[in-house]
Design a protein around this ligand. Structure first.
Ligand SMILES: Nc1ncnc2c1ncn2[C@@H]1O[C@H](COP(=O)(O)OP(=O)(O)O)[C@@H](O)[C@H]1O
Ligand SMILES: O=C(O)C1=C[C@@H](OP(=O)(O)O)[C@@H](O)[C@H](O)C1
Ligand SMILES: [Mg+2]
Length: 214
């Protein structure tokens, strides 16, 4: 069956829907909410700024024949302002409130790939929702790589509050324990983006295989 055919999307050589349905029988908490009439559940990318959630997420969706949405874009659209403008005008707490609402709406929407902003999964309410209603992927890279990648664009208000490396190191310490709760952990090192997509798809296949047996 080809990727994108209704009722099935391919993870490696696996039909995810039939596997998800098998999981439903096992009452695995991550798979217990699958509706057999839906092609799976959202796939949510989490991890620090610069890990590649937005760029890799878009490519992952294309490979799986799924839609893609960047939660930051959806928040900016809902607010009619950029992320920086939201932080400036209303502060971080208001941004998190909007982020919580928007991600809940996107998860409810349909099975699709959702790139979250780096702080979303550190919010207990959003994290619980993502863990119970989606398949979560922690995209991770070494601090040197994160510093280099995030330096390319000045769109991240948190990194303007001081030395970006120090801020990223601090966020890694406070958030790593949260990110580690995601279903799978993928290193997004330098190299072709498609290689990271391959790693995610392979790890999803292994995750499902390990829980369903041969
Ligand atoms: N595997 C990768 N190799 C090289 N550059 C990457 C890789 N993944 C992401 N990037 C680059 O890093 C920058 C930040 O990526 P982005 O997707 O915006 O990260 P995030 O959404 O996690 O903050 C972008 O310029 C992107 O092209
Ligand atoms: O880590 C964070 O708290 C944030 C990460 C950003 O998204 P990216 O991780 O896509 O850069 C964006 O949501 C906002 O600037 C806050
Ligand atoms: Mg992003």
């Amino acid at each position: 069956m080809a990727a994108g055919v209704q009722g099935c999307f391919m993870i490696g050589d696996f039909c995810a829907v039939s596997l998800f349905m098998m999981h439903e029988k096992t009452k695995n908490r991550h798979f217990s909410l699958i509706d057999p009439h839906n092609p799976g559940m959202p796939i949510v990318l989490v991890g620090l700024m610069g890990a590649g959630k937005s760029t890799i997420g878009r490519r992952l969706a294309a490979r799986l024949g799924l839609g893609f949405v960047d939660a930051d874009d959806a928040i900016a659209e809902a607010a009619g302002r950029s992320i920086s403008e939201i932080f400036e005008a209303f502060g971080e707490a208001a941004f998190r409130e909007g982020e919580r609402r928007v991600i809940a709406r996107l998860i409810d929407d349909k099975p699709q790939v959702i790139a979250t902003g780096g702080g979303a999964f550190a919010d207990p309410q959003t994290r619980d929702l993502v863990l119970s209603r989606s398949f979560s992927v922690w995209l991770d890279a070494d601090i040197d790589i994160l510093v280099e990648r995030t330096a390319k664009r000045d769109t991240r208000p948190l990194l303007r509050q001081g030395d970006p490396r120090t801020i990223l190191e601090g966020l890694w310490k406070t958030r790593a324990g949260d990110y580690a709760q995601a279903n799978i952990h993928i290193k997004s090192s330098d190299g072709p983006h498609e290689h990271v997509v391959d790693k995610i798809i392979a790890a999803m296949g292994s995750y499902i295989r390990e829980r369903t047996g041969p």
